[in-house]
Write a protein that binds this ligand. Structure first.
Ligand code: B12
Ligand code: SF4
Length: 455
């Protein structure tokens, strides 16, 4: 069949990111023998409707696979929903390819399959992983069977066992130049049970490693054949389980690749051995999934670690000269003015290069937070759906934004996506144009004062 995959995401904050999932689905369809084209809206700015329509007119696909990555930017109080953009994309697809079947997927879709299918008027949707489910659905359509409108795809045992992302269909040079890194995935699934988090729903609750040699093969290829040397490992938590992290690091070290990479790390179960192995394998920075930093809010979000474990993780990272940012979510269950103060003092004492703090907790269906917020009447009867809805503890509701503004003022290495709008966009773009690679938080004002090399 003639298949076009459309990656609709145009978000460039904090960076444009390679649509890895859409590329995997394209790779899977091609692997199954289909004629696959790709339309990526990421760098098309306002030209995308004309470009997309032109592409569809000339290729005349029988199926269009629409990939939706983000529902919204999760950034209270200025949270931005991408729904209108997605509606417009679906409209252009319908007008330019009226006979094609429209199949929708991606992480945003998987979180709200019914809502998106209805809003965008898709024919079919796949919630979950697409590598097998998408070719299966194409086969059913080819055989003129009547598939279910929504397929709930079960997690694959080994995520990369058969197909590779069709990266050749993407403008990787532009992603690298403007995004400062390419991305790669070494495992899926998260066994932790943080109360607000969608990842166990998106990826399943147990860790499923990819075939490490294949992952490193693709890194080696991108490095040696294309000259890319900065990567982001998109695994929900790179260091869990530790044995997998060590195996990835060993393989990277064994091949002597001069790569620089960054990843998400959880303080839960982190060991000094893993931190050192990461440094030796080329890891130069990590996003610590700290979320909260007082015992009360750690418990409120059902995190699986304590303040002491956060402090220890930071010490090891400093020792290994890996720069780190703390990702925080302020205003969750148990937050009070006192826990906010405690969090700020504690986090600053760990000397991070930056702190990325979201305000309020975006509520998703199926999470423990949604259940308790609904049963406790905390959402004031508001519906959990495509329009961003945030849980904010009553005790800080009127105080949270002022706290954030004051903190940003006093400590410029604290960054609040919900307050910034496009404030940093031009600065970041200039840095990228000058060849700055790796995470942007590492170049935030004052970040240098908290260098991991300090005693
Ligand atoms: C890594 C990551 C990041 C990194 C990306 C780094 C990089 N260079 O890639 C960073 C930190 C930059 C980031 C930023 C953001 N992120 Co983020 N990120 C992730 C994460 C953990 C993994 C994404 C990934 O690469 N997955 C691997 C690929 C292979 O999986 P996939 O894309 O889901 O694709 C599979 C399926 O979805 C499906 N599929 C995909 N496309 C299609 C198409 C069709 C037709 C079909 C049938 C199937 C299908 O098949 C694929 C293969 O199985 C996810 C959470 C998660 N666990 O998924 C959040 C996630 C995608 N991010 C999210 C958000 C909100 C953001 C930000 C908006 C946050 C912010 N305000 O900064 C930004 C947006 C950035 C941008 N430019 O778009 C949300 C999106 C949903 C939502 N809540 O709106 C997620 C789901 C996390 C969450 N909160 O639930 N992110
Ligand atoms: S917040 Fe991180 S550790 Fe907790 S469930 Fe989500 S992905 Fe797992």
């Amino acid at each position: 069949m003639r298949v076009t995959i459309v990656a609709a995401n145009q978000e460039h904050k904090p960076d444009p990111v390679v649509p890895l999932g859409a590329a995997l689905v394209a790779g899977a369809a091609r692997h199954a023998g289909h004629d696959v084209h790709f339309y990526d809206a990421c760098f098309a700015a306002s030209r995308w409707p004309d470009e997309l329509a032109q592409h569809l007119h000339s290729f005349d696909p029988q199926v269009v696979g629409l990939s939706l990555r983000n529902v919204d930017d999760v950034a209270w109080p200025r949270a931005f929903s991408y729904l209108d953009h997605y509606r417009a994309v679906a409209r252009v697809i319908r007008q330019a390819a009226p006979r094609a079947k429209l199949i929708i997927g991606g992480s945003a879709f998987s979180l709200f399959p019914d809502e998106f299918l209805t809003e965008l008027g898709g024919d079919f949707g796949i919630a979950g992983e697409g590598e097998q489910a998408f070719p299966n659905l194409l086969a059913e359509l080819e055989q003129a069977r009547s598939p279910a409108r929504i397929t709930y795809a079960p997690p694959l045992e080994t995520p990369n066992s058969e197909v590779q992302p069709a990266l050749d269909l993407l403008d990787l040079d532009q992603y690298y130049r403007r995004g400062g890194a390419l991305n790669v995935q070494t495992r899926r699934g998260c066994p932790f049970l943080c109360s607000y988090c969608t990842y166990p729903m998106l990826e399943g609750g147990s860790s499923r490693p990819a075939a490490i040699a294949r992952v490193v093969d693709s890194l080696q290829h991108l490095h040696e054949e294309r000259g890319f040397d900065h990567f982001f490992i998109v695994d929900n938590t790179f260091n869990a389980p530790p044995a997998h992290a060590l195996a990835v690091c060993d393989e990277l070290k064994r091949r002597h690749l001069q790569l620089r990479w960054s990843a998400y790390v959880t303080p839960a179960g982190l060991t000094r051995e893993v931190v050192q192995a990461m440094a030796q394998a080329g890891c130069t920075s990590v996003d610590l999934g700290t979320d909260a930093a007082s015992e009360a809010t750690l418990a409120g979000l059902k995190k699986s670690f304590s303040q002491a474990e956060i402090a220890r993780a930071c010490e090891w990272l400093h020792e290994a000269r890996i720069r780190f940012s703390h990702s925080l979510i302020l205003g969750g269950p148990g937050e009070t003015p006192a826990t906010l103060e405690e969090t700020r003092a504690f986090v600053n004492a760990t000397r991070p290069a930056a702190v990325i703090a979201m305000l309020g907790v975006r509520v998703y269906p199926g999470t423990a937070l949604a259940a308790s917020a609904q049963s406790g009447g905390m959402l004031d009867g508001q519906r959990i759906g495509l329009q961003p809805l945030f849980y904010i503890s009553d005790e800080v509701r009127d105080h949270l934004e002022a706290f954030a503004r004051q903190t940003r003022n006093d400590f410029p290495f604290w960054y609040f996506p919900g307050l910034e709008g496009n404030r940093w966009q031009r600065f970041w773009q200039r840095q990228r144009a000058h060849g700055v690679r790796g995470p942007l938080w590492a170049i935030m004002p004052d970040a240098s004062q908290n260098l991991s090399t300090q005693p």
